[in-house]
Design a protein around this ligand. Structure first.
Ligand code: SAH
Length: 351
């Protein structure tokens, strides 16, 4: 048997490989291996989540950011970006619309905007929870102190998304300016988990300078850290960043990695990301058919949507818009899946 197939079978059996083995698999995969891992991922996904696709209403609360990540369209130094910030009332209106549409999880995401102090966020979290006690709140507001994460948790936040971006420190330093620290990002993830959040990590596929070895390290990290959620999507260049001439990542590679992650950690909440939908009209479906089980339609006000441009041509209308949930459900039905109206918590301890 060829070595790649042997490694695929070993992964299916042990839910784990050595870093060198992941690297070999990524470098040498054949269509046959992609197919074997894809089938296993779909089987595991079905065992745990059936045909349900969980939905999260994404509210992009600010594109103001004090950081300068080289890949990101809302980085501080991008003077072509028109900045905005939503008020508490704006956010509550998004939540009301979302609740009406059937969303039972809201994700508040934004740049690291100093305006959103603990005090401000706590008020917003409490207001949402008061009005909608049956929803889960996910925050994705970047790196904060442990005390800050604790106070937001106490106010009622349930989950936190903080992609690790890359599990390799040297690679991390090629994607971020000196002021940003790999160790701090990793520490934030550990702190979030300790506090009790359902935690999401994740990385971009095909980011500049990324090697197969780096991706293998990302997989090892997922295996060991066992995040509850894992957001991965292709890297897509933004015209006003230092990486404007870098090439973007691929849909196929992302789907292959989605399958591997589902196999490593079968209960993980795995979104078919907006970046996947941006690169390919059927990117969401391809993600779901590779083992993903979550989508995050956009609930932000229309003028905010266009300004929260992390990468070029980021989609925010059509099926990406939360209002069009029914059409999205119809698309999923065509491939044998359906949208579930629930908080969509991770199912732990399924057999
Ligand atoms: N400030 C928050 C939210 C960042 S935006 C935080 O630090 O977590 C959410 C994610 O978008 C990032 O974690 C990054 O992985 C992704 N992203 C940013 N720029 C991108 C690009 N050019 N292509 C693809 N994904 C990108």
């Amino acid at each position: 048997m060829n070595k790649c197939i042997e490694l695929a079978n070993k992964l299916i059996k042990n839910k784990s490989l050595e870093i060198e083995e992941y690297e070999y698999l990524i470098e040498n995969k054949s269509e046959e291996v992609v197919d074997i891992l894809n089938k296993e991922a779909v089987k595991l996904r079905q065992e745990v989540y059936g045909n349900d696709v969980f939905i999260r209403g994404l509210i992009e609360i600010s594109n103001i950011c004090k950081n300068d990540c080289y890949y990101c369209g809302i980085r501080k130094s991008n003077s072509n970006c028109t900045r905005y910030r939503l008020t508490k009332d704006d956010i509550l209106s998004c939540a009301r619309l979302g609740y009406e549409l059937g969303f039972r999880t809201f994700v508040l995401q934004g740049g690291e905007d100093p305006y959103f102090t603990d005090e401000v966020l706590i008020e917003i979290i409490k207001a949402i929870k008061d009005e909608f006690p049956d929803v889960a709140i996910t925050l994705s507001m970047g790196e904060r102190t442990k005390e800050s994460y604790e106070s937001l948790w106490e106010a009622g936040a349930d989950r936190y998304l903080l992609r690790h971006e890359t599990a390799n420190k040297d690679h991390y330093e090629k994607l971020h300016p000196e002021q940003m620290s790999f160790d701090n990002r990793m520490e934030c993830l550990t702190n979030l988990k300790e506090i009790g959040y359902q935690v999401g990590a994740g990385f971009m596929v095909g980011s500049p300078y990324q090697t197969s070895r780096n991706l293998a390290e990302d997989l090892k990290f997922i295996e060991e850290f066992k995040p509850d959620m894992c957001g991965i999507g292709p890297y897509i260049s933004h015209k006003s960043t230092p990486f404007k001439n870098e090439k973007s990542g691929s849909v196929d590679q992302t789907c292959f990695l989605l399958s591997i992650i589902r196999i490593i950690h079968k209960e993980v909440l795995l979104p078919a990301t907006t970046a996947l939908g941006t690169m390919d009209e059927f990117g969401r479906e391809k993600g779901i058919l590779s083992g993903a089980n979550v989508v995050m339609p956009n609930l932000s006000p229309d003028d905010a949507k266009a300004k929260y441009e992390l990468y070029d041509n980021k989609i925010h209308s059509g099926l990406e818009a939360a209002e069009n949930l029914k059409q999205l459900d119809e698309r999923f039905k065509k491939i044998g899946y359906k949208i579930a109206i629930s908080r969509g918590d991770i199912k732990k301890g399924s057999k």
